[in-house]
Write a protein that binds this ligand. Structure first.
Ligand code: HEC
Length: 464
């Protein structure tokens, strides 16, 4: 029912925008004339959650959806990255990717950062169909609602739950592949993805923001702040939007994620994941605040056999390292604020689940979503956890799944892209709401498939 409501809301917004074009002011008429001959509407909506135009006159998010039609050559900057040995020179690799993601996106001041259409250096692309439903993109920066951040997981001074909002984007080879999966906006083709996978040299960036204030999270001093159209609290979504209305609030940059399709990682899954945290204590050192972003570490495999440190470090006062891990590397320098990390101290960022890890969660990217994103999300009918941490069932989430290979053999892989898996799932939900029916792929062996959204949050003390 809630999905139906948001579809109707979207249709109204669309009507409203179209209706407005009838009474254009002279300057707008000129602008409209300049685009005459181009299509009025692109294939995919830009965002789904926003104030009506009568109540907001600021800048809005534009979905970068002009996907390349021809396979792009590898960017020379990426070629350089792929020559850095991430096992020996991990920090150099991480910073090179960070700066590649920053370049052209952060020079116009904080408010206008990451409006991809203004990047003068290179094109980046968004995944469509992230606008839909209660977790869908808001209209100022295109942020999706990611998950809750439970007390103490960000810092010992964090006393209450906050929320994460984020926006991700792909470089040209990734954009080309997204465009192929979505070449027909009415018939997405995840099978093309499974057949080919993302091209080598695909780079993905994602900037994550929190509603937490610096008074609760000391490393958010001198913050990078955006306005965003957010819900009041993370829950509830059951009566959305009635019980949890959205309004324009301030969110603060806390984490940046990267993924690189690197051929040298072929044996462990084909991707190198990395994450960074904002550290306001560095504010005096850098004129552009985005450079106060410190690497947490890299991960290129799940270390399948390792079950040590299963309790993790969910309320961190210092960063703990697990020496058994060979496919995760963590920053040990003083510029890293205390971090909790993931299961067995595998790589995860400050806003992430303490019992998962980057590659674990992303290895589940498939359509339909037959398995949950993390083992801790699965419960028996009596409400007790289905898997004990470190047990064989649990460790199914810590295999090294080959790229473009589904987590469950019955499903179709979206090659570690949870946004792409989510886009197809959202499309199915919208389509079902529109035609007032359901499709068999929305069930799996008699059970509904798993939700891909709103599940990214950190959890305290290993409970789910
Ligand atoms: C518990 C699950 C979970 C964990 C852990 C997790 N992610 Fe994600 N991630 C998601 C989901 C769901 C999405 C898609 C939703 C979105 O982006 O709004 C996503 C999206 C992304 C994207 C955008 C690309 C895409 O299409 O999937 C990147 C990049 C990314 N994550 C990197 C990371 C990194 C790096 C880490 C570890 C620091 C990490 N993720 C940990 C669930 C997770």
């Amino acid at each position: 029912m809630k999905k139906y409501i948001s579809f109707v809301a979207l249709a109204f917004t669309l009507l409203f925008v179209l209706g407005r074009n009838v009474t254009l002011m002279p300057a707008q008429q000129k602008a409209a004339h300049a685009v005459a001959g181009t299509k009025l509407l692109p294939a995919f909506p830009d965002f789904g959650n926003m104030l009506p135009p009568s109540d907001y006159n600021g800048r809005t998010f534009k979905l970068s959806q002009d996907y390349p039609r021809v396979k792009p050559a590898m960017d020379p900057a990426v070629q350089k990255i792929l020559q850095i040995d991430y096992t020996k020179n991990w920090k150099k690799y991480a910073l090179a990717v960070r700066d590649y993601v920053f370049q052209g996106n952060i020079e116009r001041g904080v408010t206008d950062s990451f409006y991809l259409e203004e990047n003068p250096v290179r094109r980046w692309y968004h995944v469509p169909w992230q606008h839909y439903g209660p977790f869908g993109r808001e209209g100022i920066h295109g942020l999706t609602k990611e998950g809750p951040e439970q007390p103490q997981t960000l810092a010992p001074t964090q006393t209450q739950e906050w929320q994460t909002y984020a926006v991700g984007f792909y470089n040209a080879p990734g954009g080309w592949m997204i465009g192929r999966v979505w070449a027909d906006p009415n018939n997405p083709r995840p099978d093309i993805m499974q057949k080919e996978g993302f091209p080598i040299g695909t780079v993905v960036g994602k900037v994550l923001f929190t509603t937490a204030p610096p008074s609760q999270v000391p490393y958010l001093s001198a913050p990078i702040e955006w306005l965003a159209y957010t819900t009041k609290s993370f829950k509830p979504i059951s009566n959305y939007p009635k019980d949890n209305p959205r309004s324009i609030t301030t969110v603060r940059f806390i984490q940046m994620d990267i993924m690189v399709r690197d051929p040298r990682a072929a044996k462990t899954g084909g991707w190198v994941f990395g994450t960074f945290v904002y550290n306001g204590a560095l504010a005096g050192q850098n004129t552009n605040p985005w450079y106060n972003t410190v690497p947490v570490g890299l991960q290129w495999g799940n270390d399948p056999g390792v079950t040590s440190h299963a309790g993790g470090n969910p309320a961190p006062t210092k960063t703990e390292i697990n020496p058994d891990l060979k496919e995760t590397v963590i920053n040990t320098s003083d510029d890293l604020p205390p971090m909790h990390l993931g299961f067995g101290l595998r790589l995860n960022g400050p806003v992430d689940n303490t019992m998962s890890s980057c590659m674990s969660c992303h290895s589940t990217a498939e359509f339909p979503a037959v398995s949950a994103l993390a083992p801790g999300f699965v419960f028996k009918p009596d409400g007790t956890p289905a898997f004990q941490p470190g047990s064989p069932g649990w460790m199914r989430w810590f295999r090294n799944v080959q790229c473009a290979t589904p987590f469950d053999k019955e499903a179709t892989s979206t090659d570690y892209s949870l946004q792409l898996a989510g886009s197809v799932q959202n499309f199915m939900s919208a389509k079902a709401a529109q035609v007032g029916g359901l499709y068999h792929v929305q069930y799996w062996k008699g059970k509904p498939v798993w939700m891909i959204y709103g599940e990214r949050g950190a959890t305290p003390s290993g409970t789910q």
